[in-house]
Every structure is written in structure tokens, then in C-alpha cells.
Design a protein around this ligand. Structure first.
Ligand code: UDP
Length: 152
């Protein structure tokens, strides 16, 4: 019934500073997704560089690392059917100028470097990013009471 696919989601420092954490979590909850783990933390320099390692050679990398460390973030493991592409669709395009209204970035962001939220782009990235931010013991196993009404 309830699928065990997982993704990693992070409300970035701009989302926390702008008071958007509750709104964003609500969107995932209302969609029917399960929050399996969640914490607020300030990302270290080392973790920021590991997280965004694929962008190490890009011109925006120093700015991105500096920004991601600049205040607390809220990291989450989110579970549900088809969750990786589903959550990416809920985020909208990387550049908010191209994000459709109704998406998180399309509703709350203006600039690529201040696009409020991160989510894994593939199941492999999800696995890697979850393990960067969470120990296995921090991820809860439970059922939502409405799962029989969410899954056929
Ligand atoms: N980014 C940026 N400038 C760029 C491209 C990306 O500041 O020209 C930032 C942006 O915050 C983005 C993050 O780097 O969310 C990671 O880029 P990616 O292409 O992986 O986009 P995402 O997966 O976050 O949509």
C-alpha cells in the first residue's frame, strides 16, 4: 500500500528566514506524503561542499556554498509513491522565473540563488543526500492513518 520511496528535501536559509517552513511542510502533508525525518541545522562548510559536490567547478559554487551555510535550514526525508519526481514537480524549475504558479518556487521565489528549497533529482541522489544529513536511527518508520485513502 504505502510506498517506501524516499527523497531528501531541504528548506534553504531564505525559506527559513522568510517564515515559509510551515507552508512548505503543509504542502507535502496535504499531498499525502509522509515526513519520515526532519531537523533544523546550520550546514557546515564541509557538508555544504559535499552536498553540492556536482557543482564544484561552476562559477556559482562559492556563492551557493556561502548561502547554504548562512542560516539554519530544515532538512527532511519525505516518503511516498513516486516521491522523487513528484516533489521535484512541486518545487518548480530551478530558476523561479520559469517556475509555474502553484509550485513552491513559482509561488514564493524570484531569483535562482534564492529559490527557497532543495529536493533530490534522482533516487540515487536521494540516497546520497539522505545519508549526508541523517543517520538511519533518525528516520522514523510509521504509517499515516489515511494511507488506505491515499493509495489504491
Ligand atoms: N544555482 C545558482 N545559480 C545557477 C544555478 C544554480 O545559484 O546558475 C543554485 C540554485 O540555488 C540551485 C542550486 O544552485 O537550486 C543547485 O542547482 P541545480 O542545478 O542542482 O538546481 P536544483 O536541483 O536545485 O533545481
Amino acid at each position: 500500500m504505502a510506498e517506501l520511496e524516499r527523497t531528501f528535501v531541504m528548506v534553504k536559509p531564505d525559506g527559513v528566514q522568510r517564515g515559509l517552513v510551515g507552508e512548505i511542510i503543509s504542502r507535502f502533508e496535504r499531498r499525502g506524503l509522509k515526513i519520515a525525518a526532519m531537523k533544523m541545522l546550520v550546514v557546515s562548510d564541509e557538508l555544504a561542499k559535499q552536498h553540492y559536490a556536482e557543482h564544484a567547478s561552476k562559477p556559482f559554487f562559492p556563492g551557493l556554498v556561502g548561502f547554504i551555510k548562512s542560516g539554519p535550514v530544515v532538512a527532511m526525508v519525505v516518503e511516498g509513491k513516486n516521491v522523487v519526481p513528484l516533489v521535484r514537480s512541486m518545487l518548480g524549475a530551478t530558476n523561479p522565473a520559469n517556475s509555474n504558479p502553484g509550485t513552491i518556487r513559482g509561488d514564493f521565489a524570484l531569483d535562482t540563488g534564492r529559490n527557497v528549497i532543495h529536493a533530490s533529482d534522482s533516487p540515487e541522489s536521494a540516497k546520497r543526500e539522505i545519508s549526508l544529513y541523517f543517520n538511519t536511527s533518525e528516520i522514523a518508520t510509521y504509517s499515516r492513518i489515511d494511507e488506505q485513502w491515499l493509495y489504491e
